[in-house]
Design a protein around this ligand. Sequence first.
Ligand SMILES: Cc1ncc(COP(=O)(O)O)c(C=O)c1O
Length: 428
Amino acid sequence: MTIEPFRSLPGQIVEDLRTRITAGTLRPGDPLPSTRVLARQRGISRGSVVAAYDQLSGEGYLVATRGGTRVNPELPRPPRPEHPAPGVPARPRLLGDLRPGVPDTALLASTLWRRAWRAAAAEPVAYPGQGSPRLRRLLAEHLRMTRSVAVSPEQIVVTLGARDGLRLILMATEGVVAVEDPGYPTLHQVPRNLGREVVPVPVDEEGLSVSRLAELAPEVVLVMPNHQYPTGSQMSAARRFELIEWSRRSGAILVEDDYDSELRPTHPALAALDPQGSVALLGSLAKTLTPALGLGYLVVPERLHDDVARHMLPVSGIVQDAIANFLENDGMRRHTARMGREYRRRREIFAEIFPRGIPMNGGLHAVIELGEDEDEVIARCRTRGLAVEGLSRYWTASDRPGIVIGLGAHNREKLREVLVELRRVLGT
Ligand SMILES: Cc1ncc(COP(=O)(O)O)c(C=O)c1O
């Protein structure tokens, strides 16, 4: 508030506070500064503030309480804006959240997890460049133990997740980007947003079609050999060798999305077969720990190192230290082992209720194929409070109606209840 010389000081304070209360920047119950403090802040006499508070109390806007003067808590709240702020989707009221990509985080907050965060927060440190050297050393160890990949910490960049890792590879390369069809649309959006041409390549029972790749001759290939999404299959050993061989001959970079391999027995990473460096490995902790971290890592092929380095974004030092502590205190290994067992039990519940569904080998999600229109089924689920996703959004063109459901959001008991309700809605 600027003091206007021709209006009474108490009058100006009254108008200022009244406007803020009616506009909602001061809410019912909010405390006001004491008359002494406000007088000092505004450089006016305390008497003027006392007179203003008295007037607003008389009007019913303020009340004097033992803890000081407050906005009257009985005032009606000003109406909220009708539309949520852009980028903040309205949360549907859900009976059952079966959207894929939501891991169960209820079991995450163990003593080791809390200890890891307490220590990280007590001494906040920032890490420019590739990220915390200790975290990179521990990630190299983690990759060696869990994915049979022998890399040095210098080859690892700490990222904001798989999408950020892919962005870095794309900044360091040029040309057409091949993606799996079906695949994970969230990642496919990254090259599109960067103006890159994206070509879909079919996936058969053995994995991505290398003969089709040879025809399309892309410079970059995004591939999920260890847990194809959403089909859940693993690329065969023969196809892996064929793919590596093709990339060597063509000079293309293979970007391996290795998003949840710690949760399940699977092949060693594709990067383990490729000492010559045509595979960039995208790691993410979104599924193994929680998407709330926004943390991942990238193993960078030697020849892209300098170009990647030019485009790195800093990642929270506290998050990096907490995860380094969690790896070091063995919390990560114990948590992923526990979640692996937990998700196996959930897949068993799914298989019991949907014997003809396809629980993904080791994953947190499952696919149910439908004999009727997908959109209709999704809408029917929604009206019964069940959130599911359509299978067709993962294909460029699909003649396989179905739904993809996540098994991560509810505990086993609730999951069973929600799946029984889903079976009722589907009429199976
Ligand atoms: C197939 C797939 N790739 C990658 C990720 C991780 O992506 P990000 O780390 O960018 O959240 C997920 C997470 O749900 C996923 O489902």
